[in-house]
Design a protein around this ligand. Sequence first.
Ligand SMILES: NC(=O)c1ccc[n+]([C@@H]2O[C@H](COP(=O)([O-])OP(=O)(O)OC[C@H]3O[C@@H](n4cnc5c(N)ncnc54)[C@H](O)[C@@H]3O)[C@@H](O)[C@H]2O)c1
Length: 333
Amino acid sequence: MQRLRVAFVGCGLISQSHLKAYLAHENWAQIVAAYDPARERADAIASECGATVVDSFEAILADEKIDAVELMTPHHLHLEQTRQALAANKHVLLQKPLGRTLEECDEIVKLGQSSDRVLYYGELSHTTQKARTARQAYRQGRIGRMVALQGTYAHWQGGDYLHTGWRYDPSVSGGGALLDGGIHTLATMITVAGPVHSVSAMTTRFRPELGGEDTSVLSITFANGALGTLLSSHASHLWPPGPSVRIIGEDGILSMGGTETLGLYRDDLPEQREVLIEEWLDPFESMIGAYLDCVVDGQELASSAELGRHEFAVVMAAYRSAEEGRTILISEM
Ligand SMILES: NC(=O)c1ccc[n+]([C@@H]2O[C@H](COP(=O)([O-])OP(=O)(O)OC[C@H]3O[C@@H](n4cnc5c(N)ncnc54)[C@H](O)[C@@H]3O)[C@@H](O)[C@H]2O)c1
């Protein structure tokens, strides 16, 4: 069988992790082209996988030998590049967040629905082994009725990140730390608990150089009745131990991230604890695997534009709540 021929569009920070993930799935896909206006970044990708460096996005669109594009570009480009790529008959893996505004997200959802190509929403947290295993344990009734979730995402913005200036301009990125980083932990919570019903939030800013809000606390009600809290910050040195989520049920607790992979706590377990995942699997590898399952094997989308739109709406509802000082229903967004 012919391997999926993929073009990288945008070869910045995150592209290196995607490159490694594709190399781990090289029986299914190969990176055949790379484009970045900063040509040396495309060169760096090409030197590791033998891709051809091209001079424009249009050259990728026009190349019939390219089956799929991997869009890893700043957020203001997501809508237009998705439109053009689907129109050129390419499958698309679009990095989070879906767009910069709800209108852009709605447009992207429509584009996906009216195309026969795959539009995959590139949010890692939907396909991590941790989130999928936690969801399965919850659905098997291992924690009983879900009562509450506690999520934390804190990633100090420094080093390489500070060179991605577009990130800190909300007119280009669409928001602050919650949209850029906290959305990953929100996505983990939604993967396990399902959709959000309403949110109220407080946001603040410790580091003006980061543009939008850099720290927020959300109080969430989920459609399944559980309550949740999410702390998201780009102004705190909490990395490691990294993001964490606790899912608290009437009969047990699932705990992931921080210093453990995924643990189940119940009174009836030996030492009241069972480790559900022993080893850590690379989340990028899991995501690209799930995407290829869909494109190459026809399996159901593990991460859809509709889901990306929902998560974007929760973030925007949090911003609106902080501004207006009231609880926002997601159905208002
Ligand atoms: N964990 C994650 O899943 C994760 C982490 C970081 C970033 N991201 C997402 O990945 C995307 C890229 O983020 P990044 O951190 O790699 O940013 P980055 O700034 O390092 O990379 C973006 C690249 O796009 C290039 N670019 C600019 N205009 C372009 C155009 N018209 N066509 C093609 N390329 C263009 C830039 O030159 C740059 O190299 C964003 O959507 C971001 O939110 C996801």
